[in-house]
Design a binder for this molecule. Sequence first.
Ligand code: ADP
Ligand code: ADP
Length: 232
Amino acid sequence: TAAARLEHVSKVYGSGDTKVFALDDVSVELEAGRFTAVMGPSGSGKSTLLHCLSGLDSVTAGHVWIGDADLTKLNDNRLTKLRRDRLGFIFQSFNLVPTLTALENITLPMAIAGRRPDPEWLDRVIDTVGLRQRLGHRPAQLSGGQQQRVACARALVARPDLIFADEPTGNLDSRAGAEILRFLRDCVHDLGQTVVMVTHDPAAAGYSDQVLFLADGHIVDRMADPSADKVL
Ligand code: ADP
Ligand code: ADP
């Protein structure tokens, strides 16, 4: 079954001479329980694809499905609720609250929504990110890699249907980056999550189950079971 689907999606910026098709009639299905990497040159539409798929941007034409919900048919309230309850986000910058501990940062989005994490799931998430000894630390007391692991746990804590990661290793050295990628892979294979990651880095894409290659707003290639040397 598809966790998410783009159906003839176009996204146009500007008009007249400055008109740009950031996405040009893109259709793709993302299977549940898989780790998909999206690669392509700068300006090829990677961020736009991620933003349209996650309801951050509206589309110019076509339909965006998260499970059986068509995002293009939802009003703002319902879209906000769906994004909060069913989607998780990881960014290049960790976006942690400096005055809160690691554990408080992890549970903050649920606290804001007036919900409590399922204790058993929270336990599994903390074990998967390997932060049990650091839960009381504030971001400044953690390395970049550890901060990104807190951000990953925060994205996971509501047990989302899909996790979107935009250049998650962009601010990390290669060792810390590899840790995060192994973690995302474990999320998919051990916790059954679905992850979509945009990256410039072929080594990062090598951790995924499939790579979508974008160029000029089109998906121009698709590779199953990539390894870093194949992606290069
Ligand atoms: P990538 O993430 O692959 O670098 P983007 O999705 O950011 O590519 O951009 C795809 C195309 O759409 C580029 O030509 C970019 O300049 C254009 N674009 C993206 N966002 C906007 C925007 N808000 N306004 C105008 N053009 C945009
Ligand atoms: P990244 O690749 O790190 O995601 P981008 O440079 O692609 O960053 O885009 C950063 C933000 O700027 C995005 O929200 C994108 O929509 C917007 N953007 C990108 N290109 C343009 C553009 N030509 N004009 C206006 N906004 C743009």
